[in-house]
Design a protein. Structure first.
Length: 204
């Protein structure tokens, strides 16, 4: 085994090791609103569910090259901290993979990535932040915490509303039709994986 002391790794090496070993990662298309009303969209693969009592999600945002906060984090902050306190998460599906990559371009604050990505915002039902039109499943969240971890921020949101495409879930059990969802995961930087090759492990 190669035993590596993290203290001996460069920041780039730490980044790469996480990018290519914590895989596959689900991808959140995070949409937010600036206090000015400007809409914002960006993909985040440091993303997961927190729990379901309450139902909560998180994404982790690093910083821009100039050290400033990424727009998604800035906008998701509560109003007292300069944001609007809300965000929506559209789970990334294959048809939007190219668009998500385009939406990752660091535009100046207040400029929307929607047009750049060829996507359209559609109004949220319970939050003012928009959702990605055509997304099969979208979670509308109110920010409950923004936790700094060194240069990163963990943005936690309580889900207050879920918009699901008709026919995607069993309306009693809420099981999701995975073939129809067609979500994709991130396997590094530009490498993605489909979720069509699944297998069952008995016993759970
Ligand atoms: C598929 C994908 C996943 C990404 N995941 C993250 C992530 O988890 N955290 C992060 O800080 N940046 C991530 N990025 C980069 C951000 O999307 C990028 O910095 C973006 O410009 C942030 O936009 P914003 O400033 O509008 O929030 C990812 C990019 C791609 C293409």
């Amino acid at each position: 085994m190669l035993e590596i002391d993290v203290a001996d790794m460069t920041e780039r090496q730490r980044e790469h090791l996480l990018l290519w070993s914590v895989v596959p990662r689900p991808i959140a298309m995070v949409s937010t609103l600036a206090p000015s009303g400007a809409v914002n969209l960006a993909p985040f693969s440091y993303f997961t569910a927190v729990g379901y009592a309450p139902m909560a999600l998180l994404f982790c945002a690093g910083r821009r090259a100039d050290g400033s906060e990424k727009d998604s984090c800035r906008n998701a902050r509560p109003p007292a901290e300069g944001g609007t306190g809300e965000f929506t998460v559209s789970v990334l599906v294959e048809k939007f993979a190219e668009a998500a990559s385009a939406a990752a371009r660091p535009l100046p604050y207040g400029e929307s990535e929607y047009e750049l990505a060829g996507l359209r915002p559609t109004p949220g039902s319970r939050v003012r932040a928009p959702r990605v039109e055509g997304s099969p499943i979208a979670f509308e969240c109110r920010t409950s915490a923004v936790i700094p971890v060194g240069a990163f921020f963990v943005v936690v949101g309580e889900v207050v509303h879920v918009a699901v495409e008709e026919g995607l879930i069993d309306e009693v059990s809420f099981h999701v039709d995975l073939d129809r969802l067609g979500s994709v995961g991130r396997m590094g930087a530009a490498d993605y994986v489909r979720t069509s090759d699944r297998f069952v492990v008995d016993g759970y």
